[in-house]
Design a protein around this ligand. Structure first.
Ligand code: ATP
Ligand code: MG
Length: 677
């Protein structure tokens, strides 16, 4: 990139925490930022001491860039910290997991019950020959057994590799072989939008393609379980796929027969806890490795302070455990904090578009953590759905996964939080393991669209093109004179940092440590405003170069979403003879807008171009605005701009294997080409 990233959009609304929220907050003293910075290792060491260790560490941190070790020499077990220690302290009667299936069936497990089930699952794994250091592939719907399987692996020192249940057999095959998994845990199916996702069949197909390391498939009966749905033998036979005796084992036959006694294996702090493949927004997924002590410390600390978790909270993170958010903030972080966690199996629009709000009302959810892609879908569907339900139990809202456009933030604030819930917009990645840039709800005055400040103990900086820091470390109350755009980078190490890419140390160095020597480079651009707030601008590969100006796609998208007609927008730079790149915008219109206003599509397109020019400046005026029914997204709901660039430039489409629905991009391509032609 030839110049520093420009920042064009400005947002001046601010929201201070209420005095009532602050009064009860887990953290209310802003001096924590300076304290943490003054002694980063000592600060993290204090967090680690809140976990239970079998043996203490001798060294807090060994850092030889790019290799970090935390709590060196210490021994602990992640499952013990999430489950057993609570039971041993006499707190086993509290509900650990409240689960709701898509058909409406429910299950609650106390910490004591969870301990029994995890121990039985762990013994079942052992009976299949799985031991310390073996890798287990988990390919399950969002059922309690997913969390139980992860914890069972952690209990015996096996490494888990969770593959999202929406991935195809090809993707599963690739991930099983990359990680060299020994067994697969799956289900005969899971519910999604009223139908059964045939997971076991996908496993059969993946194994058919050749998976030399796999010895067994452990199959949970979910779709055909008469206890959870009506008996239907044809469906049952279909869902269990091609049953291979000797290889395939039913969960209910093997697991229920096991003893509830299974000791937690003492693990080295640096022993591998799991491998997880990134979403694949930018290309081939990377097998990110996380180890035990540092990772758990990061998840525990951020859950406690960012979600402000309390004993009586009912906490709901809507992410699937197939993503890092489900690892850190459905399982490890909240359970290590003795929280009650809600898990939901299905889609947000089944049986109707109010499903999330019904769940919140029914279970009295107090904390909701979801993604901008979901919030924008809710905006598109309209306010009538949340208005049907009583959402007064909510006290805190969170967002993760993509930058949240200020208007989506405001919608979340008004229609879900009823203007009384702080919003924590948390920036982090699979690689960082835990939240890195985030408000602290009892302290931070938020600004819609800004992830605000680095979590205490995290040293985030902004670099210019030459790799120089253009900003000092964050100190609350500092003013920086003017807003500056650049590259987000992290100085030093942090406990939950990835320990590498599985099987590819070179890619690890090249991807994260070579662009700016001496820093971790996450790949994202950011703006730092005059008050020291970080505004994540999306991936630097997505940033456009228009007539010599580096313009963030995110800012143009936010200007579009600011228009009342727009629910969602994706912006890309398309090659242009004179300008270098010209801006193309793909826009989804809010339900009923054209009908209710009587505006023609053609008129709206011009209005939208003018709107962007007036919000940001004439330089950002899009050349094309394409009204679209849908946008290409990864299975975790992130917009895949590289494919839109392929469409706009008439190229063959790049890798589409991580797309949620490949038909979307194919139909956009047709539409785009017919409009062009
Ligand atoms: P891949 O690395 O395979 O291309 P991915 O980056 O989409 O996939 P994740 O680790 O799930 O995989 O996503 C992390 C990325 O998501 C971040 O680098 C950032 O671009 C974006 N992101 C996450 N949370 C936020 C947030 N609160 N604000 C802005 N961007 C965010
Ligand atoms: Mg990434």
């Amino acid at each position: 990139m030839s110049e520093t990233i420009q920042t064009l959009l400005s947002e001046s609304r601010t929201f201070a925490p209420t005095s009532q929220f602050t009064a009860h907050a887990n953290l209310k003293d802003p001096s924590i930022y300076a304290h943490a910075l003054a002694d980063v290792n000592g600060y993290w060491e204090n967090w680690a001491k809140e976990l239970d260790w079998f043996e203490p560490w001798h060294t807090v941190c060994e850092w030889n860039l790019p290799d970090a070790k935390w709590f060196v020499g210490g021994k602990l077990n992640a499952c013990y910290n999430c489950v057993d220690r609570h039971v041993e302290k006499g707190n086993g009667a509290k509900i650990a997991i409240v689960w709701e299936g898509e058909p409406g069936d429910t299950l609650s497990l106390t910490y004591s019950e969870l301990q029994d089930r995890v121990a039985q699952a762990a013994n079942a794994l052992k009976s299949l020959g799985v031991g310390k250091g073996d890798t287990v592939c988990i390919y399950l719907p969002m059922v309690p057994e997913l969390a139980i399987s992860m914890l069972a692996c952690a209990r015996i020192g096996a490494v888990h590799s969770v593959v999202f249940g929406g991935f195809s057999s090809e993707s599963l095959h690739e991930r099983i072989n990359d990680a060299g998994c020994k067994i697969v845990i799956t289900a005969d199916g899971g519910w999604r939008r009223g139908s059964i996702v045939a997971l076991k069949k996908a496993v059969d197909d993946a194994l058919e393609m050749g998976t030399p390391t796999i010895t067994n498939v452990l199959v949970l009966e979910r779709a055909g379980d008469p206890g959870r749905m009506q008996e239907n033998s044809t469906v049952r036979d279909y869902n269990r796929g091609t049953w291979k005796a000797g290889r395939d084992v039913w969960w209910h036959e093997l697991v229920s027969a096991q003893s509830k006694d299974c000791p937690c294996e003492p693990m080295d702090s640096e022993d591998l806890l799991y491998i997880l493949y990134t979403s694949g927004s930018t290309g081939k997924p990377k097998g990110i490795m996380h180890t035990t002590g540092g990772y758990l410390t990061g998840c525990y600390a951020t859950s406690k302070w960012v979600f402000d978790l309390k004993e009586d909270d009912l906490y709901w993170c809507t992410a699937d455990c197939g993503w890092v958010t489900g690892h850190s903030y459905v399982v490890y972080g909240p359970l290590a904090n003795h929280a009650t966690v809600l898990m939901y199996e299905g889609a947000p629009d089944t049986p109707d578009k109010d499903r999330f709000w019904r769940i919140i009302e029914k279970h009295q959810v107090t904390i909701l953590y979801t993604a901008p892609t979901a919030i924008r879908a809710f905006m598109k569907w309209g306010t009538e759905y949340p208005e049907r339900c009583n959402l007064t139990s909510l006290r805190l809202l969170g967002s993760v996964g993509e930058p949240i456009n200020p208007e989506a933030w405001m919608w979340y604030h008004e229609h879900i939080g009823h203007e009384k819930c702080p919003i924590v917009d948390t920036w982090w990645q699979t690689e960082t393991g835990a939240m890195m840039i985030t408000p602290l709800p009892g302290i931070t005055k938020t600004k819609p669209g800004s992830a605000t400040h680095p979590f205490p103990g995290i040293q985030a900086v902004v670099l210019n093109d030459a790799g120089q820091e253009i900003t000092p470390d964050y100190v609350p109350g500092t003013t920086y004179g003017e807003a500056k755009g650049g590259y987000l980078a992290i100085k030093g190490t942090w406990p939950s940092m990835l320990r590498g890419i599985y099987g590819d140390p070179e890619r690890y160095k090249n991807t994260y440590w070579s662009r700016f020597p001496g820093y971790y480079f996450p790949g994202d651009g950011t703006k730092l405003d005059e008050d020291g707030y970080f505004w994540l601008l999306g991936r630097v590969d997505d940033i456009m170069l228009v007539a010599g100006h580096n313009i963030s796609t995110m800012e143009v998208e936010s200007a579009l979403v600011d228009h009342p007609a727009v629910a969602e927008a994706a912006v890309i730079g398309k090659t242009h003879e004179l300008k270098g790149q010209a801006i193309s915008a793909f826009v989804i219109i809010r339900g009923g807008y054209l009908e209710s206003t009587g505006v023609s599509a053609e008129k709206l397109v011009n209005e939208l171009k003018d709107h962007v020019a007036s919000k940001i400046g004439p330089i950002a005026r899009p050349d094309d605005v394409i009204l679209s029914g849908d946008l290409p997204k990864t299975r975790s709901g992130k917009i895949m701009r590289r494919l839109l660039r392929d469409v706009a430039e008439g190229r063959a489409l790049g890798d589409t294997t991580t797309l949620a629905d490949p038909a979307v991009v194919a139909s956009l391509k047709d539409r785009y080409e017919s409009q062009e032609g």
